[in-house]
Design a protein around this ligand. Structure first.
Ligand SMILES: [Zn+2]
Length: 401
């Protein structure tokens, strides 16, 4: 790698590797780095000096010991730069300005309709981001955006989305980067959410299945501590699997994707709204379904509990294939809580093997509204600070002031 970029603040590969290790935020000593990496003392010193020159690592004071000299400590400087985050759903986007550690500095929500197409939606996103009050305090190094459709990885191209009119074939970074002047990473929304759960977990949580139940249904997977994307980025498309039809006596309903009998055609928010209209309720979307449920309407309770049992079939298959240690339910219908979870637990217990279900935790997300922002911020921070990208960013933002 060329280490002579710009203002002399460019990093060697070794320093970039050390940065990756320090990004977790825990202060370290020179001796501690040496013990953990096996690097010689001179190597540790040279790499740490490079990072100190960029401002990405700063002095964290000394640690007083009972014996010997106090040891100087160093820590990742999350306040060296900012990140812009847009977690875009079908009808609203949560926008945030974060530091490089993923800490949220300010955030807002804007209403939109994803079916208005990329020009309108991206304009709402960029103007909303520009209005965030802390934005000038930490200039952005990169932007991360999640979208509710199939995103080809790593290009950020949208491929045949079932509900995003006008987005097919659009390479989102190519549209956003000229407007924002920073590199843009695009991710599928459930991948950002499952990564957020992985980041927020207090105990290591490396095998995790997140099921988003909102207007539609999707799943995100973390296995061995990595997002499972599949060959092109479409892994986790649980909403359009077809096991539900085996256990209901209904005629397979038509799905939004054009096929018959998909899981989300039984249990997605749009399908529940359709069924509740048949039951005589005035509901238009998933928010109305949740409102009817929270008002205690018995028809809504019955439909949501039924949806939980149908979802449980699909989730049981996923549990059998992947053996996660946790299943987390998120999305707009997660507030249904036990109404949804009881059917899921029942079917998973009935259909998956004991080895897969022993110790398996099934719960709703503790932060369903912003776990996607948390995950996207961590993903884009890692991406911007990756050895392949960090020198470009440093050359653009210049030396620390
Ligand atoms: Zn479908």
């Amino acid at each position: 790698m060329d280490t002579a970029l710009g203002d002399g603040a460019a990093l060697s590969d070794g320093a970039a590797e050390l940065l990756r290790r320090l990004r977790g935020g825990r202060p370290v000593t020179r001796a501690g780095v040496g013990a953990e990496t096996g690097w010689a003392r001179a190597t540790v010193n040279a790499r740490l000096d490079e990072l100190l020159a960029t401002g990405l690592v700063v002095d964290a004071g000394v640690r007083g010991g009972s014996r010997g000299r106090p040891a100087g400590r160093f820590v990742f400087n999350a306040a060296r730069g900012g990140l812009l985050i847009a977690d875009v759903g079908a009808s609203a986007a949560r926008l945030a300005h974060c530091d490089l550690g993923g800490g949220i500095c300010s955030q807002t929500t804007v209403d939109l309709d994803i079916r208005d197409g990329p020009d309108r939606v991206l304009e709402l996103v960029t103007s909303g981001l520009a209005s965030l009050p802390t934005r000038d305090e930490l200039p952005a190094w990169a932007m991360g955006m999640s979208l509710p459709g199939p995103v080809e990885h790593p290009t950020g191209r949208i491929v045949s989305p079932p509900m995003m009119t006008g987005w097919d074939g659009v390479t989102v970074p190519a549209l956003l980067e000229p407007r924002l002047g920073v590199p843009v990473l695009v991710e599928n929304d459930v991948n950002a959410m499952v990564w957020g759960e992985h980041v927020l977990a207090e105990e290591p949580l490396d095998d995790l299945l997140l099921v988003k139940v909102g207007t539609g249904i999707g799943a995100g997977l973390v296995t061995h501590g990595q997002i499972l994307r599949g060959a092109r980025g479409s892994a986790g498309d649980l909403g359009h699997t077809h096991t539900a039809g085996d256990v209901t006596d209904r005629e397979p309903p038509l799905c939004r994707c054009g096929k018959l009998g998909c899981l989300e055609a039984y249990a997605g928010g749009w399908a529940l709204a359709r069924d509740l209209v048949d039951d005589g309720l005035e509901v238009a979307d998933v928010r109305d379904v949740v409102a009817a449920l929270q008002a205690g309407d018995p028809r809504a309770v019955r439909r949501v509990r039924e949806a939980g049992r149908v979802l449980g079939i699909g989730i049981a298959d996923a549990v059998s294939l992947l053996n996660p240690s946790e299943v987390v339910v998120s999305g707009g219908l997660a507030v249904a809580g036990e109404h949804l979870l009881s059917g899921i637990r029942e079917r998973v217990a009935a259909f998956s093997l004991p080895l897969a279900t022993t110790g398996l935790r099934i719960r709703v997300s503790s932060r369903p509204h912003d776990v996607g922002v948390v995950g996207m911020a961590d993903l884009v921070a890692r991406w911007a600070l990756d050895p392949a990208r960090v020198n470009d960013v440093l050359a653009r933002v210049g030396a620390p002031t």
